[in-house]
Ligand binder design. Structure first.
Ligand code: CP3
Length: 350
């Protein structure tokens, strides 16, 4: 299947083309967290299957959820339905999602050694099964995106056991005990390379590294815990699976964006909504594909606010390879009609 999907004479895939450096007008579009709670068909399936993790581990259901937004909206990219926290789960932490609160990992690595965990790599097998099912069912012309969290962001959950304010516990640990913390980062990075390589073997066309909390680090720490491990992952993954585009999404990186792009060598860079698109266009290499960066709340608002925000982004990136996306995940109360408005605006038949 993978060989078929990559065939040179296959159908045009606009998102894949832009990831390879082509400019397209209109730009291809997908939305971070496009498979999720704003969709009634997602909520129905989730209610039927029990919890979020049950859904992730039911590969038929997870494949269905991956395809739901493609069927409804015809986005150019489908993102695998899973979560960044399946990697800590495979490294041996227990993982639960508490309704209304979010993820819980135990034991926390702030007070338990990494070496006390027993890896359970078979916990990832259902994800690969999902990838195979989606790859077999995805309509031609669409690009299938796999993903993982970046080591820093994943480590913040492994150390604190949950989402945390300003990632303070993890930042403290990184200063206090860089050797122990570095071992955690390395373990995540090693598994992430294998995990993404296996997603690619199972059928994804490109991958995204989500670094949702990279914005909380001081510059030297950003260099050490975001850029360096990401560069190692990119290097090793590219050696194992050449030709598969890698998107980096260092949310909150701000003024460190250009250094991130240059030093990690990602194939494309995702921008969050706080980045001025004109500024980003000026500081990033002109041939580097960018992805983003609509404010998810402009999408919730719709109407004129959405029109203006879309126009600003399109204008700023008109001369470079650009993938239209949000600056962060779509929020659960986002009206379906506004996603439809966005597609009309971007694809030019408003
Ligand atoms: O983008 C997609 O549609 C694909 C699937 C996907 C999910 N999570 C599904 C999900 C992806 C790519 C993620 C990434 C993810 N997960 C990140 C990085 C990106 C980001 O948004 O910052 C992070 C930090 C997580 C960890 C996580 N997962 C948290 C903190 C939570 C709880 C908060 C929340 O948004 O509900 C989750 C749960 C989660 N992951 C849901 C979904 C659809 C909601 C589960 C539900 O209640 O149905």
């Amino acid at each position: 299947m993978q060989a078929l999907r990559s065939a040179a004479n296959g159908p045009d895939r606009p998102l894949f083309a832009v990831l390879n450096g082509e400019r397209r007008d209109p730009p291809p579009i997908w939305l971070m967290r496009q498979a999720g709670r704003y969709l009634p068909e997602y909520r129905a399936l989730r209610a039927d299957k029990g919890g979020f993790l049950d859904l992730v581990h039911d590969s038929d259901a997870a494949a269905e959820v991956t395809l739901q937004p493609i069927r409804r909206f015809g986005f150019d990219g489908a993102i695998l339905f899973s979560d960044i926290l399946v990697v800590p789960h495979a490294l041996g932490q227990d993982l639960r999602f508490v309704a209304g609160e979010g993820p819980r990992l135990s034991p926390t690595l702030v007070d338990h050694a990494l070496s006390s965990l027993t890896p359970a790599l078979d916990r990832l097998d259902d994800v690969y099964a999902t990838v195979r099912k989606v790859a077999a069912a995805l309509p031609p012309g669409k690009t299938f995106l796999g993903f993982a969290g970046s080591p820093w962001t994943v480590a913040t959950y492994m150390v604190a056991g949950q989402g945390s304010r300003e990632q303070a516990e993890t930042r403290r640990m990184a200063y206090r005990d860089p050797v122990a913390f570095g071992a955690i980062i390395d373990a995540i990075a090693d598994l992430t390379v294998d995990y993404l390589a296996a997603q690619i073997s199972a059928g994804v066309d490109a991958v995204q590294l989500f670094d949702s909390w990279s914005g909380s680090l001081a510059p030297a720490e950003f260099e050490r815990w975001v850029i360096a491990p990401t560069a190692r992952i990119v290097d090793r993954l590219r050696a194992l699976r050449p030709g598969v585009p890698i998107i980096g999404f260092p949310k909150g990186a701000g003024g460190k964006l250009a250094a991130y792009a240059r030093e990690t060598q990602v194939d494309a860079i995702g921008l969050d909504e706080t980045v001025d698109p004109l500024w980003a266009d000026g500081v990033l290499p002109p041939s580097l594909p960018v992805q983003g960066n609509l404010d998810p709340l402009a999408l919730v608002t719709g109407g004129r606010a959405l029109e203006d925000a879309v126009a600003r982004i399109r204008t700023a990136f008109q001369d470079r390879p650009h993938i239209f996306n949000l600056g962060h995940g779509i929020v659960p109360d986002c009206p379906i009609a506004h996603v439809e408005q966005l597609l009309r605006l971007v694809r030019g038949h408003a």
